[in-house]
Design a protein around this ligand. Structure first.
Ligand code: DGJ
Length: 736
């Protein structure tokens, strides 16, 4: 039904001759949008609530996110400023759009209005789908909110459907918007670079828009992780303050905008970066945006992290929460220089030390161009028979016979300039016609937007799995970002490149998981350049950083723990002076830091002294006794390494019967301080815990070996280990 609005320019009329006046009548036709009864849609978890309001004019707005209110329908009469849940460019909207569409006729306006909604519940998860459409063009958008009840996480994404015949251009297509009410917002986000990933940055958000983003294509999390925490108020601590945390599940270019609008409120908009990616959506086609994860906690950063960790263990990480094996990785111990006996020697030593897996890293492949340095051979994934004449199956069964699992490294998205693959398929390289192919680490990126390349990359994984029966673990590396972006396959639709690269990667990963559901996969990208919940859906763990220095790892692992759980955080003990930083730290500190995640070693065991070997054996044995709590427990950060010379944190099992406390002295200056007191957290106050320091003959805490109640240990005075030296460290196991 159409209503005709007639506007007469009466004042001008007098000046216009009668004939012309008739012709210039301004007739503007608008599509009528029938009004609807206002309602409130509640998306709820145990301790959080997102309330969406449907207004009479069918706009869907965010009314509330945070602490649950008992009777949400009270918001029906609320007259506060409304923020649309998924604002589209057009109409009266002038802020950061979640959706911006360019139509075939060149127009840019979209006004999404409510059509209907449904709620589907499965065990522990309620899925709310709100259908919306633009009444003029018919463009449809489904807002999808999945509420994970026990984990207090809400995953939000959209489906955009073009029901028309002509293609439209998606200029912006964010996953979700969150609107927060308040006067002050303190943002914590995580920036960095190679070997110093996940550095914590804190800033008050002022009026205007603060953006965190990546345009690196592949190594998307190397400069900034697609995650953050923001306070509802001036401050938050580990244990107090209202905090909202968010993370985008996408392994490519992303953009998260924090817009404090003219009302002072905060709109957080997260999704795929629109940079060079105005995505063409064909008539009849649909586009699904990646999930934006949200959690809220009234108990500060600690509560928000625990929510995300529980969600990750139960839903977000492939095989999440299961204990993964300790391992010896060949990289820092051998680099490219090895032969069969180097590797069998490492396997023997790994078995003798009580490790559970051997991982053969880079350097095992390339026949025509043997991979003896990082300058050649990527793409040529046949084993190098001059280095390992006995073959990979010999090494794998050598490990298996000694009770170890066997893993192997690949970097399937890449091709070296010097390789048979580059000679045979130059068109598969990411490139822009006529422009230089910039190398990084002497390699180029393969164009995963091309289905042939996807098949090839799947084939690399598949063939590597066939190199030996029972390969248990694949380390998937990705050592450079994308330069001169472009695809020979996509022709004049280059706008699809960045998005379809990541979709291609996920499609390969899905095929891998269908065929190899049990193999453990480590997501590595020069260390932590692909630490995100998009990739982790397919991977059991991530390589947190190439920086294995325990001192550097303090900050890297601290920030990683804000968003990602310990069960996925690979952490290795390496040689000193550290190969990345040159620092010399005690072996005990290196073990204590690595034991905070999935412990591994990455050195030549033959270079350890007998005393170091004895300590290593002891540390590995004790880790195997408490790692169930590291993998499956709740994390409590006791101090902040940015503010304190003493860094401590602990994991507590879900039933609170067991805990592990880690404590480090990062800088010691004052011999008069006595032991440093830590207030433990998360224990059962009335339960009695026996406290045992690990891997020492003489404990640094007076209460070692005795039992104490949880309230005593949490008092803040009683637990005061004496860490009287820079880089001193201790691990305590509490059993109740
Ligand atoms: C980068 C990774 O992060 C390292 O662990 C190692 O696998 C090298 N690549 C091998 O080239």
């Amino acid at each position: 039904m159409k209503r005709i609005t007639i506007l007469l320019a009466a004042l001008l009329a007098a000046a216009v001759p009668t004939e012309a006046r008739k012709a210039k009548k301004f007739v503007h036709e608008t599509v009528e949008i029938p009004s609807v009864e206002p309602q409130v849609i509640a998306v709820e978890t145990e301790n959080t609530q997102l309330l969406l309001g449907v207004l009479g004019n069918r706009q869907v707005v965010i009314r509330h996110y945070g602490q649950p209110v008992a009777n949400p329908s009270q918001f029906l009469e609320f007259n506060g400023v409304a923020a649309e849940a998924y604002p589209a460019a057009g109409g009266t909207f002038m802020g950061e759009p979640a959706l911006h569409v360019k139509y075939a006729d060149g127009t840019h306006n979209t006004e999404l209005r409510y059509v209907g909604h449904k709620v589907e519940s499965a065990s522990g998860v309620a899925k709310t789908t709100i259908q919306m459409k633009d009444y003029v063009t018919g463009l449809q958008v489904n807002l999808i909110y999945e509420a994970y009840r026990k984990e207090n996480v809400i995953s939000a994404h959209t489906e955009i459907l073009n029901p028309g015949k002509k293609a439209v251009g998606l200029e912006n297509y964010a996953s979700a918007l969150m609107r927060l009410e308040g006067d002050d917002f303190l943002l914590t986000h995580f920036h960095g670079g190679w070997a110093y990933e996940m550095q914590t940055s804190r800033e008050m958000l002022d009026f205007g828009t603060k953006v965190i983003e990546s345009r690196r294509g592949t190594q998307a999390t190397q400069t900034e992780n697609p995650s953050f925490m923001v306070s509802l108020g001036k401050e938050f601590s580990e244990t107090s303050g209202a905090v909202v945390a968010g993370a985008l599940a996408w392994s490519g270019n992303f953009r998260i905008a924090f817009e404090r609008d003219e009302t002072g409120r905060l709109n957080i908009l997260g999704g795929i970066s629109p940079f060079a990616s105005a995505y063409p959506l064909a008539g009849g086609a649909s586009f699904e945006t990646p999930a934006m994860l949200w959690t809220y906690s009234a108990e500060g950063a600690g509560g928000a992290s625990r929510n995300l960790h529980r969600w990750a263990r139960n839903y977000g990480i492939y095989g999440g929460g299961a204990v993964n094996p300790t391992l010896l990785n060949s990289w820092e111990g051998a680099y490219f220089t090895f032969n069969t006996s180097t590797l069998t020697g490492m396997i023997d030593d790994a078995a003798a030390m009580g490790l559970e897996m051997f991982v053969l890293d880079d350097g095992w492949f390339g026949e025509k161009y043997p991979r003896n340095s990082d300058r050649t051979s990527l793409g040529d994934w046949e084993p190098n028979t001059s280095k390992i004449p006995e073959g990979i199956d010999y090494l794998a069964s050598y490990a298996h016979e000694r009770g170890l699992k066997f893993g192997i490294w690949i970097e399937p998205e890449m091709v070296s300039g010097v390789s048979v693959l580059a000679e045979t398929h130059p068109e598969w390289v990411v490139q822009s016609p006529g422009r230089q192919l910039y190398e990084a680490r002497w390699q180029w990126v393969l164009d995963l937007s091309n289905p042939d390349v996807q098949d090839f990359v799947f084939g690399i994984f598949d063939r590597t799995m066939q190199l030996a029966p029972g390969i248990d673990y694949i380390k998937w590396d990705c050592n450079r970002p994308i330069y001169s972006f472009g695809s020979t396959y996509l022709g004049n639709e280059q706008d699809r490149f960045y998005v379809e690269y990541v979709q291609g990667l996920y499609s390969v990963m899905r095929r891998i998981r269908e065929k190899y559901p049990k193999v453990l996969v480590q997501c590595c990208s020069s260390g932590g350049a692909r630490v995100d919940y998009g990739a982790m859906k397919y991977c059991n763990e991530f390589w947190t950083s190439d920086n294995t220095d325990a001192i550097s790892r303090v900050r890297i692992q601290y920030a990683t723990s804000m968003i990602y759980p310990a069960c996925a955080m690979a952490s290795h003990v390496s040689a000193v002076p550290n190969h990345q930083s040159g620092n010399i730290t005690p072996l005990k500190m290196r073990f204590d830091m690595a034991a905070a995640g999935r412990l591994g070693m990455e050195l030549q065991p033959k270079n350890l002294t007998p005393e170091e070997r004895a300590l290593a054996d002891r540390c590995i044995k004790s880790y195997r006794g408490f790692r169930d709590v590291v993998f499956g427990g709740d994390l409590y950060r006791l101090t902040d390494p940015y503010d304190s010379d003493y860094y401590a944190f602990m994991y507590v099992s879900e039933d609170k019967s067991k805990a592990v406390v880690f404590a480090f002295c990062l800088r010691y200056q004052n011999r008069a301080t006595g032991g440093h007191p830590f207030a433990l957290q998360g224990l059962d106050p009335s339960r009695s815990y026996k406290v045992t320091e690990q891997n020492v003959d003489s404990s640094c805490w007076w209460g070692n070996g005795k039992s104490f109640t949880g309230d005593f240990l949490m008092s803040g005075s009683a637990f005061n280990p004496v860490l009287h030296q820079t880089n001193a460290s201790a691990i305590f196991v509490l059993e109740g």
